[in-house]
Ligand binder design. Sequence first.
Ligand code: MTE
Ligand code: MO
Length: 257
Amino acid sequence: MAQNLNRRALLKMAGGLGAALLTGCDQLTQDQTVRRILGAANPVDQTVQRALGPNALAAEFDEADLSPKFRPNGSTDPDNAAYQAAAGQGFSDWRLNVTGLVGRPAQFSLADLRALPSRTQITRHDCVEGWSCIGKWSGTRLSALLEKTDLKPTARYIVFHCADALPSGDFSPPVPYYESIDLNDAWHEQTILAYEMNGQDLPVAHGAPLRLRVERQLGYKHAKYVMAIEAVESFANIGGGNGSYWADNGYSWYAGI
Ligand SMILES: Nc1nc2c(c(=O)[nH]1)N[C@H]1C(S)=C(S)[C@@H](COP(=O)(O)O)O[C@H]1N2
Ligand SMILES: [Mo]
């Protein structure tokens, strides 16, 4: 807790979110100052956040703090035939593909993922639009997956490829949603691939069967509908080259909170 308090104090000095403890959806929205900060899509600078300690934990909460209703946002039911077919079978044939700069590229079923070291955490999700919700997440530690697939020393980022697509411009077809994080966040204790939310299988609206939780960053970094994970040295050959769908659309790639 002391660590969190220090972190909060520092963030406040840095002009970031020195927010009071928030316990439910939309309480953030009521706080005009916070709303202005989030609304400006101006997350805490990477250098400032990392100065707080590369392993600093995001605040964790109690069951009593869970939001009665966790708001779904962005895609809530991917318009993707392969995804819909997999969902129709309860994701029994679904596999997570791990590719790129790994010594042992592999595919993981949900049972495989559940057999790996896991973590459960109750955290606050902050969307850049100015709302937040507290939820409980359980999932495979990303570090466990990276150890199992033998991440190569040349890898610098982990990219998450999603099943859904979002608009890319007036006359262009939608483009796949994707996100990425650096290795500091990839090895972080609270970075998990969640297959459960609030003690139940992850609902489709929230990213079934697997979504990223990267608790020190804003909502859009938490990729839902993760189908493949790719270890890369650079973003040059992926999407628009900026490391994420939203970064390709002008938002900050690093979205620390
Ligand atoms: N694949 C995918 N992941 C996504 C999005 C999306 O549209 N597609 N939206 C992002 C945004 S902006 C937020 S706030 C959260 C919303 O997560 P939730 O639906 O569980 O609330 O998912 C993030 N991850
Ligand atoms: Mo968001």
